[in-house]
Each structure stands twice: as C-alpha cells, then as structure tokens.
Design a protein around this ligand. Structure first.
Ligand SMILES: Cc1cc2nc3c(=O)[nH]c(=O)nc-3n(C[C@H](O)[C@H](O)[C@H](O)COP(=O)(O)OP(=O)(O)OC[C@H]3O[C@@H](n4cnc5c(N)ncnc54)[C@H](O)[C@@H]3O)c2cc1C
Ligand SMILES: NC(=O)c1ccc[n+]([C@@H]2O[C@H](COP(=O)([O-])OP(=O)(O)OC[C@H]3O[C@@H](n4cnc5c(N)ncnc54)[C@H](OP(=O)(O)O)[C@@H]3O)[C@@H](O)[C@H]2O)c1
Length: 450
C-alpha cells in the first residue's frame, strides 16, 4: 500500500491529494495531508478576503476531497527542525511539499520598518484570523492609508479599508478585527503603482468591485492614464488589460460624488522613502516615473509625497526556506524538475513540490490544479521504484506519534468548525473565526488544548 505525505493543506496540497487518488488508479493508495495549522485550506481560509464569500465557498470543494476515505488530514504538524524532511522520508514512500509562500517581499526603501508600515501579509493575516497574526490596531487613528503595489492583494486590502462595518459584519472575520475596522476613521485610501495602468497586475473583476462599494468613490487622475502608451492605443492591448484601462478611464471621466471614503488609484509613482513624523509613518515619498517604451519605467527625479498614517506594502509574497529542504533564495522556491525536488541539481528520490513553493507566489486557486497534476504525474512515474526501495509495515501515523507529534485529525477540525459556529451565534453573527492558538487547540482537543 503506497503511503504518500502531502505537506500543506492549501489548494496545491488538496489538489495534489485529489490527483493522487484520481490519477493513480491505485485503489490502495493512502495520502496523509499534514499542515502546521489545526485548520485546513491554507490561503483559502487565511488569505482570500472575507467579503469574497463565493471564493471562500471553495472550501466546500476542498473539504469533499479531504473527506475521501483514502485521505487523512493531520493538522498541527509542522515540518521543520523537530520533524525534518528526512524523518518524513523514513515514514512515507514519497512526500510532496505544498507549503506555499508565507512571507512578504521587502521594498528596500528607508522607513520600511516604521510603526504604521506593515506588509499586506500582516494585515491580511490579522483580518483572516491567522493564529500567528499580531493585532497591531492597524487602522487606529488613521485617516489616510497607502497601499503600495497594484496586484489583487493590494485591491483586497484597499477594499477592506474602504468597506463599512455593515458589509463586514456578515463575514466570518474575527470579532476584534471587525470592531477595529468598524471604528475606523479612514477616509482616503491610495493604491499606488510604480508603472502604468496597462502594467497593473489586478484583474478587471476585482478592479470593478472597488467602484461598487457603498459609501466610497474611486478617484483617478486622467493625466496619469494619458502617460501610459496603452491608454493612447487601447486596441493594441491584450483584452484583459484593455478592460482594466477602460474601467479606469470611466472613473477618470466621472465628477466627484462627495462620498464618505475615497479610493485614489495612482500610477507612475515609485516609492523611495516612507517618511517619519512623531516616531511613526507620516507620508510616503514617491518619485514620478515615465514609461521607457518597453513596459518598464524611468525615474524623472520629480518627487511627490502622499500623507498617510498607515502604509500597507503589497508588493508580493515570498517563499520561506524549510529546514532540510533545498531552497533557491533568489526565486524563493524549492528547485525542481517537473515537481521532483532537486538537491545539488540532482533529483532527490521521493521528494516533490507543488503550488506556490514550486512556481513562486503567482496564480489564482485554480492555477494550482494543473501544477499539482504535473507533480503527481512525476511521482506516479517514480512510484514503483520508490515503493520497491523499502518495506513499510507500519502506519506512518505511529511513527509520527513516536516522534512526539500530536496531530489534530479531521474530528478535531470539525470541532473547531462547531466552536466557530457557536461563537458566531453568541455574537449574533454567522460563523466567526477563532484567531488564537489556544482557542483553536482547546476547540479541537477539549478545554486544556493538550
Ligand atoms: C491575500 C491573498 C488573497 C488571495 N485571494 C485569492 C482569491 O480571491 N481567488 C483566487 O483564486 N486566488 C487567491 N489567492 C491566490 C491563492 O490563495 C493561491 O494561489 C493559493 O493559495 C496557493 O496555494 P498553495 O497551496 O501553494 O499555498 P497556501 O494556500 O499558502 O497553502 C500552504 C499551506 O502549507 C502550510 N504549511 C506551510 N509551512 C508548513 C510546514 N513547515 N509544515 C506544515 N505545513 C506547512 C500552511 O499552513 C498552509 O496551510 C490569494 C492569495 C493571497 C496571498
Ligand atoms: N481575487 C483574486 O483572484 C486574488 C486576490 C488576491 C491575490 N490573488 C493572486 O495572488 C497572486 C499574488 O498577488 P499579489 O498582489 O501579492 O502579487 P502581484 O500580482 O505579483 O502584484 C505585486 C505588485 O507589487 C508591485 N511591486 C513589486 N515590487 C515593487 C516595488 N519594489 N515597488 C513598488 N511596487 C512593487 C508590482 O509591480 P510591478 O508589476 O511593477 O512589479 C505589482 O503591482 C496573484 O497571482 C494574484 O492574482 C488573486
């Protein structure tokens, strides 16, 4: 009976497990899906914005996979120094690492670490109730906020800052974050790109949503659109980009409506410094850029400051090295060939990667499905050799327990779900996420959490 470990229960981990049971046509295959968190689904639970209920509902699809009798969820199991990859290889025929890209890219400008300057990763983790998140107040005493970057994560955090409490209350966001955002005095949110609108990474559906928020209006300066060569000849642009430019052009031509909150979409501004005032963030200094004719930009030497008490740096995620696995620090990924982990350029038998730790932090949930399939094809091609290499009589769980691991199994996760439903009921809301380790573990294992 081949026994495979999948490390990480985000989309790539779940799609890998699904592919293993579907693609392999091996009726006796067993897959353990391990995650350091007691809760499954990775960024679908801890990244997808709470007001995107339709996308959040994908958790239902992932759940169906994890409930298959050949798959076992083992939460609260962190692979790292105390349970290294070499130990997993002793217990399983093969291991697929689907650990995502949990850290943020740095901007590399002065003032980046001032109080009030956070990565979008921090802010997202907070409103998503990730148990490692810190509650830093974020929007307390903030009237003006700047999101640096024009990808979909920047759109998410901009939207969360501009939404009113009435729209957030029906979501599953933690009560403390809801209270903080409900009391927010943020009036202006600036989302700023260093290049032009036709190089922005956001998608049109997400962009349009900014223009449909109750009590908020979008402000676009036509002059910044005109700078973009794509604006002058939209017909030459790919359809998705042309749609973005059309949406922006529509907003630029609209008179101000006097809404309570304003979302300013700014372009051709490269961050050069986060400016301090009274010991914390007071503004962001940008250098005006202009197109270089090849999709990039050149500095003009002209600077502009946008006053802000909060800065969210939303310039992309970054993979984190996992002790005992090779890591390409430049790319932030694990080196691989069609999903097979490479150590010193050579295939490491039995070790695989899928998802963001394989490709880097780009792509929507669905992108991880073909990525996982490719990895599983490689694994299945190798499987006869891997299972022939050694006899494994024991259930790997016995080996994990002997190594001191105390997993939260599926019943434990179901208990967390019930506790979150009960918490929501007590607050007069729908299900509300538990945001701390102690609360999650006591819900999963009983009051002591032990
Ligand atoms: C803020 C944000 C919002 C997004 N919103 C959308 C959206 O609305 N729609 C969309 O289609 N896509 C969205 N995406 C993209 C989508 O979330 C990713 O494509 C997808 O989650 C990547 O899947 P993954 O499995 O590689 O990583 P992840 O989803 O990050 O899963 C990795 C898992 O590995 C676990 N793990 C990490 N290290 C270890 C370890 N050492 N031991 C054990 N377990 C470990 C983690 O706990 C986690 O559960 C969003 C991304 C972000 C960052
Ligand atoms: N609703 C959804 O479907 C959804 C929601 C969230 C995330 N996602 C997906 O998740 C993935 C990650 O999203 P993301 O927004 O984190 O990353 P992203 O799409 O790569 O966007 C990163 C942004 O940061 C900018 N940037 C990078 N370095 C910078 C610097 N030094 N100074 C200024 N700006 C800088 C980039 O500009 P340049 O282009 O100039 O480098 C880009 O605008 C994407 O594939 C995204 O589509 C999807």
């Amino acid at each position: 009976m081949p026994h495979i470990a999948v490390v990480g229960s985000g989309p790539s981990g779940v799609y890998t497990a699904q592919s293993l049971i579907q693609q392999g046509s091996l009726p006796d295959i067993r897959v353990d899906v391990l995650d350091r968190l007691p809760c499954p689904y990775g960024l679908v639970r801890y990244g997808v914005a709470p007001d995107h209920e339709k996308i959040k509902s994908l958790q239902g699809t992932l759940r169906t996979v994890l409930q298959d009798e050949r798959i076992r969820f083992l939460g609260g199991v962190e692979i790292g120094p105390s349970l290294p990859p070499a130990k997993l290889l002793e217990l399983y025929d093969a291991v697929v690492y689907c650990v995502g890209a949990a850290a943020d890219r740095r901007l590399g400008v002065p003032g980046e670490d001032l109080p009030g300057s956070w990565s979008a990763t921090d802010f997202v983790a907070w409103y998503s109730a990730h148990p490692d998140a810190r509650d830093d107040g974020f929007v307390r005493d903030v009237r003006s906020a700047v999101a640096i970057g024009v990808g979909n994560v920047a759109v998410d955090v901009t939207r969360m800052l501009a939404r009113g409490a009435a729209e957030l209350a029906p979501t599953d966001m933690p009560q403390a974050a809801l209270g903080t955002l409900a009391a927010s005095a943020v009036r202006d949110v600036y989302m700023v790109g260093r290049r032009g609108p036709s190089q922005a990474r956001f998608t049109t559906k997400e962009l349009r949503e900014l223009g449909a928020l109750p009590g908020a209006e979008v402000v676009v300066d036509e002059a910044e659109l005109i700078l973009d060569p794509g604006f002058r000849d939209p017909a030459a642009l790919p359809t998705a980009v042309r749609r973005n430019v059309e949406v922006l052009r529509g907003w630029a031509g609209r008179p101000r409506q006097g809404a309570a909150r304003r979302i300013h979409l700014r372009f051709f501004l490269r961050p050069v410094e986060i400016v301090e005032g009274r010991g914390r963030v007071a503004a962001v200094r940008f250098e005006r850029t202009r197109p270089d004719g090849h999709g990039g930009v050149l500095g003009t030497g002209v600077c502009e400051e946008i006053a802000a008490e909060l800065v969210l740096r939303s310039v992309g995620y970054r993979g984190v090295p996992l002790a005992g696995l090779p890591f390409d620090a430049g790319l932030g990924t694990v080196p691989h060939a069609a999903g097979r982990v490479l150590r010193g350029g050579l295939v490491s038998p039995g070790e695989y990667v899928a998802g963001w730790i394989k490709r880097g932090p780009t792509g929507v949930i669905g992108t991880n499905r073909p990525c996982a399939k490719e990895t599983v094809s490689s694994l299945l091609d190798d499987l006869a050799e891997l299972t022939g290499a050694q006899e494994r009589a024991r259930d790997p769980l016995a080996g994990l327990l002997a190594a001191g691991v105390r997993p939260v199994e599926w019943d434990g996760w179901r208990s967390i779900e019930r506790a979150e439903a009960a918490l929501g009921l007590s607050l007069g809301r729908g299900s509300v996420k538990i945001s701390d380790w102690a609360g999650l573990l006591s819900a999963a294992r009983g009051p002591s959490g032990a």
